[in-house]
Design a protein around this ligand. Structure first.
Ligand SMILES: Cc1cc2nc3c(=O)[nH]c(=O)nc-3n(C[C@H](O)[C@H](O)[C@H](O)COP(=O)(O)OP(=O)(O)OC[C@H]3O[C@@H](n4cnc5c(N)ncnc54)[C@H](O)[C@@H]3O)c2cc1C
Length: 468
């Protein structure tokens, strides 16, 4: 859904400082929209909000928007509320949606445990955003369709944003919500591909690069649209997402103190999973329990062990935390068992005219996977090389985290510097904080961080008027 015409537009001359605090949110994906909702619900005094993103649509963001209405989120409804302190908000929204209730009668009276299409979640986020805006006659919102290319400090703790529009004013507060960066062009499809006339295998063949949820999304999308060809999944580590339990897996975790070193922690978690299964619970409930300890655990690890985790364990961790609804998992298993889809472990190299060059794990001999269609579904990381990030880092307003996965931030999303101090007025919400905070790429964690940032912003702008 586009938002043109919905908002009051108010331009200020470059450099002009307004009496009303000005807040910029860079990125209008889920993290940006969530930050806007949290600000409107938390900061009780008037402000002007400016949302930057070249992507003209407002939705759940690149990750959560989908061209297919059937694409399912892999998080249960109960964990997707955007309302602080009201875990049932999304469930209540679904219950009040007559069309949805009629389509999914089995889940009445509540939908807490089910998985719903991404588009529905996106509609919910957008509606909550519109309601929060309608309830605030004292704020103005402006939507800008330019990418922000740099941020510089101006007038003490104020910021100048540079984009194609030379009239950007000075901002008191900036929230970076740039997620996985600016989107790239779509994958090459059969109809547009020069490879079509050069098929080298008897049966149509597609290659999917990656191993996360996006691979599964693409695989099911191909099959649902009638594609009957062979599919090869090329995965660096070979770990595909595991399954959710049919019903919710309540978090459990051993009460004993966690060991200090990474190998001991891994053994400890494995033992906890085994024990849970012996006692009739599931390993999924231990993983859910682990998520509650993940932040303190991550903080306690020295940088060397964090790097070790990233190299050797992150792929396994991701395949166990980003799980598939059981029905999707069973479809994947069937595909693999029937051989229509094969999983190959190794590294995808460059694209060739007839497919993709590939080096199998444990080998140094490159081979070609012949494929007419190649889809790059690899998880994208925040892009520290983009001019915006480089401007922040080179001017000392932000620094990369220890692993250079994103920016160093704290729980409230405040940008952190080498000496442990934070930069007044500068926040980064969502996946940009992935190297500092585990799971900050997931909806529940983004929601908490956005409210914590908004609370802090409310205090910074008007120390006397805390949110009620
Ligand atoms: C396929 C998939 C499925 C997922 N499913 C789930 C799920 O079921 N449950 C869950 O909890 N999580 C899920 N996630 C993860 C999670 O939802 C995402 O991490 C989250 O939505 C990230 O949103 P974001 O707004 O931070 O980033 P993005 O969606 O990447 O949005 C960032 C926005 O910033 C804009 N931008 C970037 N750079 C600039 C710039 N310089 N100037 C202006 N604008 C800029 C981009 O155009 C973009 O619109 C999923 C992720 C994927 C990939």
């Amino acid at each position: 859904m586009t938002v043109q015409g919905l908002f009051a537009t108010k331009f200020h001359a470059k450099g002009q400082v307004s009496a009303i605090p000005r807040i910029a949110v860079v990125g209008r994906g889920f993290s940006g929209m969530m930050s806007a909702i949290a600000l409107m619900k938390t900061v009780r005094t008037p402000f002007h909000l400016q949302l930057f993103d070249p992507n003209s649509s407002v939705s759940g963001g690149q990750a959560l928007s989908s061209t297919r209405s059937s694409t399912i989120l892999n998080t249960r409804v109960r964990d997707l509320s955007v309302s602080l302190g009201d875990a049932d908000d999304f469930n209540d929204w679904l219950c009040s949606n007559a069309e949805f209730r009629a389509a999914v009668p089995a889940a009445i009276p509540g939908f807490r445990q089910i998985f719903v299409p991404k588009q529905l979640f996106s509609d919910y986020v957008y509606q909550r955003f519109s309601e929060a805006l309608a309830a605030r006659k004292d704020i103005t919102v402006q939507v800008c369709h330019d990418p922000v290319v740099s941020i510089r400090r101006r007038h003490a703790n104020r910021f100048l944003l540079e984009s194609a529009n030379p009239a950007n004013p000075i901002f008191d507060t900036v929230i970076l919500a740039t997620g996985y960066g600016l989107s790239e062009p779509e994958a090459v499809t059969e109809d547009q591909s020069p490879l079509r006339s050069q098929r080298l295998v008897a049966r149509p063949h597609a290659a999917l690069l990656g191993s996360g949820i996006r691979v599964l999304d693409q695989l099911l999308q191909l099959r649902d649209s009638g594609y009957t060809g062979q599919i090869t999944i090329v995965s660096k580590h070979g770990f595909l997402p595991q399954s959710h339990t049919p019903n919710s897996a309540d978090p459990v975790f051993p009460a004993e103190e966690l060991p200090q070193s990474l190998p001991e922690i891994v053994r400890f978690i494995r033992a906890a999973c085994r024990k849970a299964e012996e006692e009739g619970r599931s390993w999924q409930s231990v993983m859910n329990g682990l998520r509650r300890h993940a932040r303190s655990l991550w903080r306690s690890l020295p940088a060397r062990q964090k790097r070790q985790f990233n190299r050797h364990l992150r792929a396994i961790y991701d395949s166990h935390r980003n799980r598939l609804p059981e029905a999707m998992y069973l479809r994947l298993k069937r595909e693999l068992a029937e051989g229509n889809t094969v999983l190959r472990r190794g590294t995808a190299d460059r694209r060739g005219l007839s497919g993709i060059f590939f080096t199998p794990a444990g080998s140094d001999v490159e081979e070609v996977i012949y494929a007419e269609r190649v889809f790059d579904c690899r998880c994208r990381a925040p892009n520290l090389a983009m001019p915006l990030m480089q401007s922040l880092i080179s001017s000392g307003l932000a620094m990369p985290d220890e692993l250079s996965l994103g920016l160093a931030v704290n729980l409230r999303g405040e940008a952190c510097l080498e000496d442990g101090s934070t930069v007044d007025g500068l926040f980064a919400v969502g996946p940009l904080g992935l190297g500092s905070l585990p799971d900050i790429d997931l909806v529940p964690e983004i929601v908490s961080q956005a409210y914590a940032a908004a609370d802090k912003i409310g205090q910074q702008l008007h120390p006397q008027s805390r949110a009620v």
